[in-house]
Ligand binder design. Structure first.
Ligand SMILES: [Zn+2]
Length: 441
């Protein structure tokens, strides 16, 4: 169909001799030409725009494939079963490349690369569409410098983030080695609403070894991606890739019948997913090599995430590694939020250790996933609060178990065995995360 239309370059006369309504080309003998899957009742529309039987392999949309025959849609795109857009299945959108995809797995707006100096970089601009509920900017540097947003401003020029000016941050951001994200908004401050128009962002790169202060260094940021989550979509489905170190006594082969993992995931549902209107989607299990049983420090955590994170069947999975001993803490999330849909970076997973009980481990996982969706600690150990108005702040010197936020899921040293909760504003932020793939309101 597109063969002859493609010849109609500017200045060339071509096409049918008779003027008239655009006539579709005749179907080749024994074949039916299609534009979308809807043109092929009971069959699939292949990449050659011909109806063909569904692939014998029968893998569904978003599942992994080796070739077209392995997909029910008869279209294997870059290792993932896809479909030319007609009526996309629930949760999928028609992507720019005319394939049905989950939004998080579709090509994002790309702003990079950008060269950074000690003074920052040239600002980049991105247009926020109307009716946007959340925006995530992902800054990625394969050179593994520490990266972060250096300045973020709204279309009217109001600065929401600038760690180098004297003002308090309206949208606080964190730096992270290799990849870092900015969530608009990780706060319920009305000034941070993702209003439509041209936003401006300056990125920075920093000394990766310096955790205490931001020490700018020159660098090159290869990619800046911007993801938009429509206002009409909240809650949704969370896919997980659970990576199991052998020292946990958990393994992929017996995972689906493991009472420990069943109870663990149930705790994640009760404490995090149900409150934010989300549900578990596809959960897959993989075994980690035994050298991941004990993780000594943050660098080892980041190496694990870089080496073992995978997109999962829909390109949207959050990777969580469960190890026997996370020697320096109990749980570590690769950012708040974690970089949605980006894999193989030091920030591309959450690592937790297996605690004594399945429910305790699930509570720990719910807390770290809360970070990965964009929530910060209600009161940091240094006394700073989160940017959320309805979470209490624990005053300096208060015994931990008397802090007013002690029973919030995002308190940094939360108690086990209690019914930890999220505040309404925390719920509203988490349920708008692009990590949750779409389920219309
Ligand atoms: Zn935490």
């Amino acid at each position: 169909m597109r063969g002859w239309l493609g010849l109609c370059l500017f200045g060339f006369a071509c096409g049918p001799a008779e003027a008239g309504p655009e006539a579709p080309p005749p179907d080749p003998p024994g074949k039916k030409v299609c534009t979308t899957a809807d043109d092929c009742p009971g069959a699939a529309c292949g990449r050659d725009n011909l109806c063909r039987p569904s692939g014998a392999g029968g893998a569904g949309l978003g599942e992994l494939c080796a070739d077209d025959e392995g997909c029910a849609s008869a279209y294997c795109d870059d290792g993932v079963c896809s479909s030319l857009c007609g009526s996309c299945p629930s949760g999928a959108i028609c992507s720019l490349d005319r394939l049905c995809r989950y939004r998080l797995a579709a090509p994002a707006l790309s702003l990079g690369p950008v060269t950074t100096t000690v003074d920052g970089a040239q600002p980049v601009s991105f247009e926020v569409p109307a009716d946007t509920g959340a925006v995530v900017v992902v800054i990625e540097d394969p050179d593994r410098l520490r990266v972060a947003a250096r300045r973020l401003s709204r279309p009217d020029g109001m600065v929401l983030t600038d760690p180098f000016d004297a003002e308090a941050e309206i949208i606080p951001v964190a730096s992270y080695p290799g990849a870092a994200s900015v969530l608009i908004a990780n706060t319920d401050d009305p000034r941070a609403t993702p209003v439509p128009g041209a936003w401006q962002l300056t990125v920075g790169s920093y000394d990766p070894a310096n955790f205490e202060t931001l020490a700018p260094v020159p660098g090159a940021i290869e990619r800046i991606h911007v993801l938009f989550e429509p206002l009409a979509e909240a809650g949704g489905t969370m896919d997980l890739e659970l990576l199991l170190a052998p020292g946990t006594q958990l393994n992929a082969a017996s995972a689906t019948s493991s009472q420990v993992l069943i109870d663990l995931l149930d705790e994640v549902q009760v404490r995090l997913l149900e409150p934010i209107g989300a549900e578990l989607g596809t959960v897959r299990y993989r075994d980690l090599p035994s050298d991941n049983d004990v993780i000594e420090d943050g660098n080892e955590t980041r190496r694990l995430c870089e080496a073992h994170s995978r997109p999962g069947p829909h390109g949207t999975s959050i990777n969580v590694a469960i190890v026997a001993d996370l020697a320096y803490t109990s749980g570590h999330a690769g950012g708040s939020p974690g970089p949605p849909g980006i894999y193989g970076t030091p920030a591309s997973c959450v690592v937790i250790e297996r605690l004594g009980g399945a429910r305790s481990t699930g509570l720990l996982m719910a807390h770290e996933l809360g970070h990965y969706l964009g929530l910060r600690h209600t009161t940091e150990l240094n006394g700073n609060g989160d940017p959320i108005s309805d979470t209490p702040l624990c005053a300096a010197g208060t015994p931990v178990d008397q802090c007013p936020d002690y029973e919030n899921l995002m308190f940094p040293t939360f108690p086990l065995g209690r019914e930890l909760t999220l505040s309404p504003a925390q719920i509203e932020i988490a349920r708008r995360s692009p990590w949750l793939y779409e389920r219309p309101l």
